[in-house]
Design a protein around this ligand. Structure first.
Ligand code: SF4
Ligand code: SF4
Ligand code: SF4
Length: 272
């Protein structure tokens, strides 16, 4: 039973966040929201412990679809980075700002880029593509993320500076068009580079937050050098080109780890 303590603990943490926000913001939605996400993540970990092959994909679909369809399409929340800037500029601490604070700014100090492995609705689709492990070495294109990051900030700032009316409506359309664009570019890059996660590696603006924060992550995959025989299998199956055999935080592509556990599942010596 000891192995199930972690998913139970995680559910308790999510519920505690939900209850706190429910009481402080007097809005029951937060309990539903964090309760649902906590349940989905805990279910995924439970399935992983039970060695179910598609455990991560189950969480990705449960959380990703909830965010995209329910919060985005139905509730009209722009949960992309533009929505974060928008709510930040308006000074409203609502869904998108809370979402960014929990999943992308402070959460990564605890669970690294777990968001990218288990919840992102862009990667939810990209992970269905055929190139689960990259066919070639990583390209030196990471600078593109700073351009997309700046573009998103400039776009929202310009709307405010120009005092454009009905920004809320524009943000909803920005969410729809932005998502369609992300999917199109993500799929194109995946086929061009034979790498499902090419969009994550080179274009995604959110990594500007995620990478530095996840450097300090409490949850990490660590290698036991006493067990490792340096067969290299973990590096070959990693979708993000992480050198997981290096236990230090400065390991190659360390801030790219999405905690997908492919390396752990494939290590023949249980060294991870
Ligand atoms: S890098 Fe961006 S697109 Fe990729 S999984 Fe993370 S948040 Fe999603
Ligand atoms: S797969 Fe395991 S044994 Fe092989 S290099 Fe990686 S950690 Fe070491
Ligand atoms: S395979 Fe291992 S090192 Fe690579 S992203 Fe997944 S968990 Fe991280």
């Amino acid at each position: 039973m000891k192995k199930y303590v972690f998913p139970v603990l995680l559910l308790a943490v999510f519920t505690a966040v939900g209850v706190t926000l429910w009481l402080t913001k007097d809005n029951l939605f937060y309990l539903f929201n964090f309760g649902y996400i906590g349940l989905s993540v805990s279910l995924g970990i439970f399935l992983y412990i039970r060695k179910y092959k598609h455990a991560r994909r189950v969480v990705q679909l449960l959380v990703g679809l909830y965010m995209l369809v329910y919060l985005g399409f139905i509730k009209g929340e722009n949960m992309q980075i533009e929505g974060f800037w928008y709510y930040l500029f308006t000074g409203v601490f609502e869904a998108a700002t809370i979402h960014y604070a929990v999943a992308k700014l402070f959460g990564p100090l605890l669970f690294g880029r777990g968001w990218c492995g288990y919840a992102c609705w862009t990667a939810m689709v990209l992970d269905f593509l055929p190139y689960k492990t990259p066919a070639g070495p990583r390209k030196k294109l990471g600078w593109i993320r700073y351009i997309t990051f700046a573009a998103s900030l400039v776009f929202v700032a310009a709307l405010f500076l120009a005092k454009v009316g009905n920004i809320e409506r524009i943000m909803f359309w920005a969410f729809l068009i932005g998502n369609a664009l992300y999917y199109a570019v993500g799929i194109l890059l995946a086929f061009a580079f034979k790498d499902n996660r090419a969009f994550c590696k080179y274009v995604c603006p959110i990594t500007v937050f995620l990478k530095p924060m996840s450097y300090f992550s409490l949850v990490r995959v660590r290698c036991d050098p006493a067990k490792c025989v340096d067969c290299g299998k973990c590096r070959r199956v990693c979708p993000m080109d992480v050198d997981v055999t290096d236990p230090s935080r400065k390991r190659k592509n360390g801030t790219e780890c999405i905690l997908c556990m492919e390396c752990v599942k494939n290590c023949p010596k249980d060294a991870l």
